[in-house]
Write a protein that binds this ligand. Structure first.
Ligand code: ADP
Ligand code: MG
Length: 698
């Protein structure tokens, strides 16, 4: 296969390929579209399409697809062949600029939350030239946005691009005030760290809960779990190592900079981190990474579980969204600079983030809300559902000093006057290793840690970009009118710290006392579940901000709220149905078979000698029998809870009913079944246990 540098990006129509295969004129013009968003001329599009097709065919492709991210959270594609009939009865391979730019997938069954009905029955896809096309299998994939004919977004990429645009616009206004006349664009970058589990395929196939829902719905705690911490950063097992190697190769060919891989806290849990890149590309790459992770696993007789909580009582999987913003010349605006001037600018951007996170805690929580992630947040393994910011000791001292107008440390004689002082060098704070903060400053970026492992990172970044754009807009409006810039700047930074310091918390986020303090003293929000938070997407302040930043229309927000709640309800309903099915057709018969064997054994013993007490058999049969009765009872109760959902008047009410009844009954049914697992002979238990699954991959 050659060295990594030879095959890295080999399946990507990237800048190198464009330069080599496009005329100078076409290349320049495409670059202008990519870098500055200039409108693309159809003649340029034709030339690009033709070069793309030739390159794709030379690399084994026969089809092309507009690759997009509908609201289901996964990616979608509809393959079209390059083949066109030629007059002589043969075929020619064709691909026009029109086909490159715009597609019309017959995608009317993707969720649209009623949007498409309002406009047009079908949506269309539009090329995102800022994200490179790539080859997957035999198909040229063209990253696209997916919209209705009325221009309403039906996907996650469109609002993401809009939010990046909004942030860029406001950040440029601020940079101009600091005298930067050359900046053309500010881009956000993301490096998502992806956690996952690997289990043996043969065992997976015997668990219908994993097959249908991606998580185990039953399973008693194994004798050994993660309490020894011996898996974390431990030696990687040979089968897993082979998997990781092939995964890296596949990702590298696609130009994805997968960099670190290590074991995570739980047994069978691992992590992959790419090198960060521009947010929309990082989003495409993360979607692709999740897909390739699963494909490669299948080749190794493994299954990659991306569910947030595949195993109860064992750490779940998340995704850390490392986020920063930088100018087109590569200056990271979250990097405390070398000069006083850069420091003041840094502090302003820092404050913009602090204000954004406090003002829009709810939107950040909403952006990560799914049925799966509800199991993780606040379960002492992931950040709580309360959003707060960790700044680290050094930066916190600076912030406190500014607020109180005192020297930031005893050695410093003078007080901070922005634009005059040099800030201390911030070392990445090592106390942050505890990972309990939902939103942590880590040296030159923020790490948003509430995302679930299967979430698209688009949602979190849409909200984050929009909220920060809003803070920057408020700052720019004020500063552009200021008589003395430095005074106004200093005042505004101080005011932000005063007004929003409640969101800053540097302690242990897993502590119960923190949740009490956060909610009772600081008035921070604590939306524990998806039905708790999702309706707040439509709160006036959120709609006002997102529409004024032109990230969403009100109709788009309504549709998204409905789709997310619908998704939550469907997910839990499928889980409940799967539980009922497994409990009834696998678990109860297994317990029954074991009880019968015990009863037979006791009868046989009694036949030998009537005075053998058979206490063991008798008491166990009694226990098993009462357990099957309880399980049967719990199945009926769960069935009733599901039937009762029919009377919910809307999707919000259904969400609440699921949270308050269905999930409660599911948990009761599970407890009864897990109790039975512990007392049933292993050979009778109908599917692999937690111990088998978690320690089964050698
Ligand atoms: P960890 O959080 O595990 O200690 P690192 O801090 O090394 O790991 O990096 C985690 C992720 O953050 C990586 O994907 C890395 O590329 C990304 N990252 C580093 N710098 C930035 C930045 N300026 N903006 C966005 N992401 C970044
Ligand atoms: Mg991290």
């Amino acid at each position: 296969m050659g060295t990594v540098s030879e095959y890295f990006g080999k399946l990507v129509f990237d800048d190198r390929v464009m330069k080599a295969n496009l005329s100078a004129k076409v290349y320049q013009s495409l670059k202008k579209t990519i870098d500055d968003g200039a409108k693309l001329d159809i003649s340029v599009a034709n030339a690009v399409a033709s070069a793309m097709k030739d390159w794709a065919i030379a690399n084994g492709a026969t089809h092309y697809t507009h690759w997009f991210q509908p609201l289901t959270g996964i990616t979608a594609e509809k393959h079209d062949s390059f083949i066109s009939p030629s007059p002589d009865g043969g075929v020619i391979m064709e691909f026009s600029g029109k086909e490159l730019i715009k597609g019309e997938p017959d995608a009317s069954s993707f969720p649209s939350g009623g949007l498409r009905a309002t406009f047009e029955a079908r949506g269309y896809t539009a090329w995102d030239p800022t994200s490179y096309a790539f080859i997957k299998g035999k198909t040229l994939c063209i990253p696209t946005a997916f919209c209705s004919y009325g221009g309403e977004a039906l996907d996650k990429k469109t609002p993401l691009l809009r939010s990046m645009e909004a942030l860029s616009k406001q950040a440029i206004r601020i940079l101009r005030l600091f005298g930067n006349d050359s900046v053309k664009c500010v881009r956000t970058s993301v490096g998502p760290e992806q956690e996952y589990f690997l289990v043996d395929k043969e065992m997976y196939d015997r668990r219908r809960d994993l097959i249908f829902t991606g998580r185990t719905l039953f399973g008693a705690k194994p004798p050994k779990g993660q309490e020894m911490d011996d898996h974390y950063f431990g030696v990687i097992k040979p089968r897993v190592e082979a998997y990781m190697q092939e995964l890296n190769d596949e990702l590298w060919k696609l130009g994805i900079l997968a960099k670190t891989e290590h074991n995570e806290v739980a047994p069978a849990q691992h992590e992959l981190a790419p090198i960060y890149t521009t947010t929309n590309i990082a989003t495409d790459h993360n979607q692709l990474t999740m897909e390739i992770m699963q494909k490669v696993a299948a080749k190794h007789g493994l299954v990659c579980l991306l569910h947030e909580k595949p195993f109860a009582g064992v750490n779940g999987s998340g995704k850390h969204n490392n986020w920063s913003l930088a100018t087109d010349s590569g200056v990271n605006l979250l990097s405390p600079g070398e000069t006083p001037y850069e420091n003041a600018q840094f502090l302003l951007f820092l404050c913009a983030v602090i204000k954004a996170v406090d003002d829009y805690q709810d939107l950040l929580r909403i952006s990560v809300a799914t049925a799966g992630n509800d199991h993780r947040l606040g379960a002492n393994e992931a950040p709580p559902a309360v959003v707060s910011i960790f700044l680290g000791d050094e930066l916190n001292a600076v912030i406190e000093a500014i607020e109180k107008d005192v020297p930031y440390n005893a050695a410093a004689k003078t007080k901070m006057k922005l634009g005059v002082d040099v800030l201390p060098k911030f070392n990445r704070d090592t106390t942050d290793r505890n990972r309990t903060s939902p939103f942590a400053f880590t040296g030159n970026k923020f790490e948003f840690r509430m995302l679930g492992s299967s979430n698209s990172i688009a949602c979190a970044n849409i909200m984050l970009n929009s909220a920060v754009a809003e803070s920057l807009k408020i700052y720019a409006d004020r500063l552009e009118q200021a008589e003395v810039f430095e005074t106004a700047l200093h005042e505004m930074i101080r005011k932000t710290i005063k007004d929003h310091k409640r969101i800053i918390f540097n302690g242990n986020g897993y502590d119960d006392s923190w949740i009490k303090e956060a909610t009772e003293q600081r008035g921070l929000l604590n939306y524990r579940t998806t039905p708790d938070c999702m309706p707040h997407l439509l709160d006036k302040k959120n709609v006002d901000m997102l529409t004024s930043q032109k990230v969403f229309s009100e109709a788009e927000l309504k549709s998204r709220c409905e789709i997310m709640l619908d998704n939550y309800c469907k997910t839990v309903r499928i889980e409940a149905d799967t539980m009922i099915d497994m409990a009834r057709t696998e678990i109860t018969p297994a317990i029954e078979a074991y009880a019968t064997e015990l009863a037979r054994a006791a009868a046989a013993k009694k036949a030998l000698a009537a005075d053998i007490p058979c206490t063991y058999e008798t008491s166990l049969v009694q226990k098993l029998s009462s357990l099957t009765d309880r399980i049967t009872q719990k199945i009926s109760e769960l069935e009733q809870a599901l039937l009762d959902l029919a009377s919910a008047e809307d999707i919000i009410a259904e969400g609440y009913a699921i949270r308050d009844t269905v999930l409660v009954k599911m948990s009761e049914l599970r407890i009864a079944c897990d109790e039975a697992e512990i007392v049933t002979a292993k050979k009778y238990w109908p599917f692999p246990t937690y111990g088998d699954l978690l320690f089964g991959v050698k």
